[in-house]
Design a protein around this ligand. Structure first.
Ligand code: ZN
Length: 1096
């Protein structure tokens, strides 16, 4: 507590008395205007009015003292109340009055400036008000004349700092040489007047909020000046008494390097090396920890931007779209979400944030949208009738099977596939012949029946699918080595000269032998079937090689996998390593070891080898940076230059027990679950052959942060992020696969559906797979019907079956969200199972499942889009029949169900989420659903099952989620009798929605802010206990030799006023709602990086 001037008034407890006591010490000049305000003003207004009008020093000091006392004891609410009542203007008026004299009275000016800084700090319009009052240049002038008086200097500097919250005020000060005046106040290392020095640095920093001032500071060489000052203070401050000054200097440099010229000056003056060295010494002392973060931010910010080492920012894969005359120059029209300025827009929109959630609270019915009109004429919908075979199927086989007891014949009829005419459209001719691809489905043909899977396998010559059977070079080398044949390198050299046929035949025998010897017997997986299916899958690069894990299969590893712990300051350590690339180049190799677009690349014999030209693979380029460190560049989505996130590649030629650092350097999302305990997945061929065919979470020292790479062609102002992780391989000479998440290919789906179909009892389960449509690349998009066969062909049973409500499930519209496929796999396996709940569900519903809405994206390793570089999940409102066929026909099918009166009771689209954990549901707006449907809809709110918290979910958990989702569908059925009849009542507690079980609102507790700063473009990290107010307070308490001696005496007298008197003054000057310090505004924590705002 500190008070100015003598305080004579006594206080008896009422406002009226307060007015009275003021009149006692006001001069005659002040009295009339004060009287005028008496009737209508609050006590505070009276004080402020008096402050502007009184003439004598003593009264002014008294008022300042009271005001300061009131403000320093209360919360910010008091200051805001004072600002509302004209407090800033009153203080500015007083400043001009006392400052504009020939010999200013600093006994008044210093407390006045202090108060002004405190109030102005909270007043967003203080700069403008100061300009209007003519106080800006006056303060600068006072500063100029008081360079020798530390207290006065500090007081003026704080006010200038506060004024700079307005750009125009900062420019005004800059134009009047404010930068130069202030810079001259920052001396070399000293232990004196640290307050004033810090105030000068902070004021300089505040002036750098405008482009003009930054420009001027850079052109005048102040960057080199600040670097020199920082070095000086750093080297001499051995006792660490000036940490705050050193911190302030760094913050000043951070602001000064906001311009390109500033960063260049910083670089050319050796800023990076200086800060790297000083930061290293700071790391040795706990006291200096706070200087490391701004140093790191500054270095990251000023490191030169490096173009990605690729020839084009466009994807290595391009696709000729139907109806386009030539390859479009996509780079001319970048995706609307590509600009840096709308980073938020670039986030998944389906990752709804709080605002979306609150939209459901819309109370204005007029703002609710009307249901949109259908996007096509009704006549076009009849083509979808074929996708409801259960409505027309006569189940003749039921009689047959009951007569003969042979169920196998019953299955044949459901094997028919509806094949569309445009099935054979290939990628190369897709655009040239648009006449055959008009989206018309009027002509359909029934293909010859698929052979039952077992027969099919025997019939299909395993070896004839030679092209697809190939395995990657790394795998070949390894198995040869493992089987004791010629040394890998030697053998491969020879192989290159051999004829392809021999080569392939050789591999196939190897594969056969391996399968015989080590075959894993994975449920719902058959390697040979996978090969056969994969050979039909059409890809842009014409993949001829299978990734081993997809072919061999995967079994979930035993046990749960918890989140990986994050080492403290791991990002800082990685950033230091990255900065060293710039400072210390002697161990830098920078050798390209893999390039998707250059298959002739020669690798160093001791470098890792990479490969990604297989289904769902994504790795464009690998560069060996140091002996055990690799930069990896991902391939953007087809026909696009963005959406990099998904990766899946093979790595081989490793040494065991050596930590290899991998950096994926062109990630685009602003944050990642990799910062919160998620690890990439790894599959080891050696482990698989030893009986452990597992994708496992692996990697240490994982973090995700913004880097210094920029697009190769520089057309977009894209920001890239690095995902870095370190892998220590268990085996030497292994072949491993690394992926963002457990891969699930299109071929895996197609093989899985065949196996499922074989697995069901056709007398009980109606399982039918059809082709909804052909994709752009000519792959079929499957639609599956699952329901229970009728008990008999009697009308009653058929009627029951044909009147079951529909449930439509879709997934994998986003190719990078492979977890959605694993959940769907769990759903499908459960629905086809003999589980009692599954039987009940089949008897209660007809399931229509479209398990992969974006096959082409999945096949070609895209992350977000289809081949037309469009996010298919954004096409629902107006899907193009040619360019987004799967969406167009899925929507058409939903329309069809609607017009035949069979609107699905549940429609659920499975997704993955890159930044949220656990399992949760996004519902439609409840109000909008009610409004559009015109009926009461039973809605499940946004619920999360917290059961997987703290875990990195694996395929086991994903499949379980798919099963649990089915369980929850029981609650949708109205007819519970069916469940009772099944004695399910013991199983399932129907009154208890499974999802309600300990469920959370999934928005309530999301990620805490990341442990380290991912971005380097933000402001300077704040130093604890070093804010403006506490600086001012200590300046008040602190008395310099050069300033008024009477201050001490006044302070003593002031202290004699009792606490109770002061608090009663406050209580009468402020309205009740601003009095209680405890009644703070409910704070809203907003983490912009996550695009989430969490109201506490
Ligand atoms: Zn998605």
């Amino acid at each position: 507590m500190s008070v100015y001037g003598q305080n004579h008034f006594t206080w008896n407890g009422t406002l009226r008395d307060l007015h009275g006591s003021y009149t006692g010490f006001c001069t005659g000049r002040g009295r009339p205007s004060m009287t005028a305000t008496l009737s209508s003003s609050s006590g505070l207004e009276v004080l402020l009015s008096t402050l502007q009008n009184v003439g004598d020093v003593e009264s002014t000091l008294n008022i300042l003292s009271v005001l300061d006392e009131l403000l320093s004891a209360g919360t910010d609410r008091r200051i805001h109340y004072m600002i509302k009542k004209g407090g800033s203007e009153a203080l500015l008026t007083a400043l001009v009055k006392y400052g504009h004299t020939f010999s200013p009275n600093y006994t008044i000016l210093i407390p006045l400036l202090h108060l002004l800084a405190k109030v102005g700090h909270k007043d967003r319009r203080i700069g403008m008000k100061a300009e209007e009052a003519g106080a800006v240049l006056l303060t600068l002038n006072l500063l100029k004349h008081n360079g020798q008086h530390a207290r006065r200097t500090a007081a003026c500097l704080w006010v200038i700092q506060v004024f700079c919250s307005s750009v125009s005020t900062a420019n005004l000060i800059g134009e009047n040489y404010g930068l130069d005046v202030i810079y001259r106040l920052i001396p070399q290392y000293t232990t004196k007047h640290l307050h004033a020095i810090k105030a000068a640095i902070n004021a300089f920093s505040a002036l750098l909020c405008t482009k003009a001032n930054v420009c001027s500071a850079v052109s005048k060489g102040y960057i080199s000046g600040f670097l020199w000052l920082y070095e000086d203070w750093h080297s001499k401050d051995n006792q660490d008494v000036a940490i705050a000054i050193r911190h302030a200097l760094l913050c000043c440099l951070l602001k000064a390097t906001d311009s390109t010229a500033g960063r260049q000056a910083f670089l050319s003056q050796g800023g990076i090396r200086l800060l790297y060295q000083t930061a290293q010494t700071c790391l040795l002392s706990k006291n200096l920890e706070c200087l490391v973060e701004p140093s790191v931010q500054l270095m990251r910010k000023c490191l030169p931007r490096i173009p990605l080492p690729v020839t084009s920012d466009q994807s290595a894969y391009s696709f000729l779209l139907p109806g386009t005359p030539a390859f479009p120059d996509v780079s001319e029209t970048p995706d609307e979400s590509s600009d840096e300025s709308d980073a938020e827009e670039a986030e998944d929109n389906h990752e709804a944030n709080n605002r979306d959630y609150d939209d459901d609270l819309e109370t204005d019915v007029n703002k609710l949208r009307l249901p949109p009109d259908p996007d096509r004429p009704k006549e076009l919908l009849t083509q979808y009738s074929c996708f409801c075979p259960e409505l027309s199927h006569d189940f003749q086989e039921l009689d047959l099977s009951s007569e003969t007891g042979d169920s196998s014949t019953a299955s044949s009829s459901s094997d028919d596939e509806v094949v569309l005419l445009n099935k054979d459209r290939t990628k190369t001719t897709a655009g040239r012949d648009s006449s055959t691809s008009d989206g018309s489905y009027s002509e359909m043909e029934i293909s010859s029946r698929d052979m039952p899977a077992a027969a099919h396998l025997e019939a299909c010559d395993f070896h004839s699918h030679s092209s697809i059977l190939g395995t990657s070079p790394g795998f070949r080398t390894m198995v040869r080595g493992a089987m004791g044949e010629a040394s890998p390198c030697q053998r491969e050299d020879e192989q290159d000269n051999e004829e392809d046929g021999t080569e392939e035949f050789y591999h196939h025998t190897i594969i056969d032998r391996l399968l015989e010897r080590h075959g894993a017997g994975i449920p719902h997986h058959d390697p040979k079937l996978y090969c056969a299916v994969a050979s039909k899958t059409k890809s842009i690069p014409d993949f001829s090689i299978l990734a081993f894990p997809d072919f061999w299969g995967h079994l979930p590893p035993p046990g749960h996998q918890p989140m990986a712990p994050r080492k403290p300051n791991i990002q800082r350590q990685k950033v230091f390593e990255d900065i060293q690339r710039f400072l210390k180049t002697d161990d830098i190799i920078n050798h390209v070891v893999f390039d998707l677009e250059d298959s002739n690349l020669q690798c160093q014999s001791d470098s890792l080898r990479f490969f990604s030209k297989f289904e769902s693979g994504n790795l464009r380029k690998a560069v060996q940076v140091r002996r055990y460190e690799y930069d990896l560049i991902l391939n953007p989505d087809v026909n696009s230059s963005q959406h990099t996130q998904w990766f899946y590649f093979e790595v081989s030629n490793m040494a065991a027990d050596v930590p290899y650092r991998f950096n994926v350097i062109n990630c685009e999302k602003s944050n990642s679950q990799f910062n919160y305990g998620m690890q990439p997945v790894l599959y080891s061929v050696k482990e698989a052959l030893e009986g452990r065919p597992h994708w496992i979470r692996t990697g240490t020292e994982i973090c995700y942060f913004r880097n210094n790479f920029c697009p190769a062609q520089g057309r977009r102002r894209t920001t890239f992020y690095t995902l870095t992780f370190t892998i220590t391989f268990k085996h030497s000479e292994d072949v491993c696969y690394l992926a963002y998440h457990y891969p699930y290919t299109y071929s895996a789906l197609m093989a899985h559906l065949k196996i499922l179909q074989k697995s069901v009892d056709p007398a009980k389960v109606f399982f039918k797979q059809q082709t909804l449509c052909s994709t752009l690349a000519g792959n079929s998009c499957p639609i599956v019907t699952i329901t229970a066969c009728p008990v008999s062909r009697r009308w009653k049973d058929l009627h029951q079956m044909r009147n079951r409500p529909y449930i439509v499930l879709t997934s994998r519209v986003h190719p990078g969200e492979s977890n959605a496929s694993w959940v769907m796999k769990g759903t499908l396996e459960f629905l086809c199972s003999n589980d009692l709940v599954a039987q009940s569900l089949r008897e209660a519903f007809v399931f229509k499942v479209i398990p992969m809405l974006n096959p082409d994206g999945v096949i070609n390793g895209t992350n977000r889009c289809d081949l037309n570089s469009k996010d298919l999940n954004r096409q629902w409102s107006k899907p193009d029949p040619l360019l987004s066929p799967t969406i167009y026909h899925t929507k058409g099918f939903l329309y069809y169900l609607n017009i035949i009166g069979r609107t699905p009771v549940v429609f659920c689209d499975y997704h993955g989420h890159s930044r949220k954990k656990n399992v949760f549901l996004y519902g439609c707006s409840i109000k909008e659903t009610l409004w559009q449907s015109g009926s009461a809809v039973d809605t499940v709110g946004l619920k999360e099952d917290p059961g997987y918290r703290g875990l990195q979910t694996g395929t086991q958990e994903h499949q379980e989620m798919g099963m649990k989702f089915c369980h929850s569908l029981l609650s949708v059925t109205k007819d519970t009798r069916i469940l009772y009849s099944r004695k399910l009542i013991n199983h399932i507690d129907l009154d208890h929605n499974m999802l309600d079980h300990k469920s959370h609102n999934c928005f309530e507790d999301d990620e805490p802010p990341c442990a380290e700063e991912i971005e380097y473009s933000g402001g300077c990290p704040t130093l604890k206990g070093s804010d403006l107010d506490s600086d001012i307070d200590s300046n008040m308490a602190h008395v310099d030799d050069d300033d008024d001696k009477e201050h001490n005496a006044q302070k003593h007298q002031q202290d004699s006023i009792s606490q109770s008197q002061q608090s009663s003054i406050k209580n009468h000057l402020f309205p009740p709602q601003t009095r209680q310090p405890s009644v703070d505004t409910p704070s809203e924590r907003r983490d912009l990086r996550n695009g989430l705002s969490i109201a506490k």
